[in-house]
Design a protein around this ligand. Sequence first.
Ligand SMILES: [Zn+2]
Ligand SMILES: [Zn+2]
Length: 374
Amino acid sequence: MAVARPIELEDQQASIPATMQAAVYRGINDVRLETVPVPEIGRGEILVRVHTCGICGTDLKKIATGSHSAPRIFGHETSGMVAAAGEGVTKFQPGERVMVFHHIPCKECFYCHHKTFAQCETYKKVGVTAGFEPSGGGFAEYVRVMDWIVEKGTVRIPDGVSYEQACFVEPVNTCLKGIENLALRPGETVLVIGQGPIGIILGTLAKRTGATVVTTDLYPQRLTISRDLGLTTGIDASRADAGEVVREMTEGRGADAAILAVGGNSLIRQAMDAVRPGGRVLLFAQTARGEATIDPASICVDEKTLLGSYSASVELQEQSVKFVMNLEMDLVRLISHRYPLAGSVEALDLAAHPQPDSMKIVIQPGSKWEGRSL
Ligand SMILES: [Zn+2]
Ligand SMILES: [Zn+2]
């Protein structure tokens, strides 16, 4: 009987190069393709060879505003293959396909007990890096996944699920959190303004609660994709007023809720006007600080509520993993552009300047992998 010999770290690392390519953030609007060392891993850590990493609005914001020190390697919607496992790692083995969360709270401290996870000291530490100050690292060939993320924030990708599908777990989690905050009840009508990839995910999750979903966007190309994915009531905002259409559908009242899934503060007033008295508006894309015009009486007299939601929730991790891995939604359909790592700068530039036909943009260091890359 042949007994498999445990794979020694040195054997594993024999096939891992000493250097790799990475898209390095060097300052405001300055990202360069550079050769950097492949990160070394320690006890309890794994090295993941990145296949696909989605570009997220928050990456673009960091690059455009210089909110974080340079140099850094961003990218946190990462899926790939375990290339090496450090001493003491029992959960994962080289060759396994995984997606990784970049930060996870400890679940034990004061703030975690009060469910204010974003204030947890462990949560604030980013646990995935391709070098420099840990920042996600997915825009590189390899990432080092630190021990607490290996334990609590690394998820195996089942057979039959692609790396592309799997890289959506984090964005789906952020959308689920928004939908929970909105507390939709079955039979309610919700207007989703903006049908980029996030707007479509929000619409799909809203529909699952039993709500009637109406979507709107200025670009018919986006409405076509959202219709293909089951959001059949789409309003072309260049031709019709979504607020009016929704009022017609609700005996003149207006939507029970509206979700703003597109940046820009001028739409806040429009969203507030589209909901009925007592209705609520969720801001999901208003991440830039500034000032906005609202009608205060719409809140005081009409009793409308303005809500927000940002980032992922560890409490929704299991649910978001299930949604993605059980293929409840064909998220791959949301990807419009795939760039090899060498095209990272161009990919980030397109993502920062969305076009009518650009949806989710992913960087794929694994695009040329041979064999089982799915
Ligand atoms: Zn993200
Ligand atoms: Zn904590």
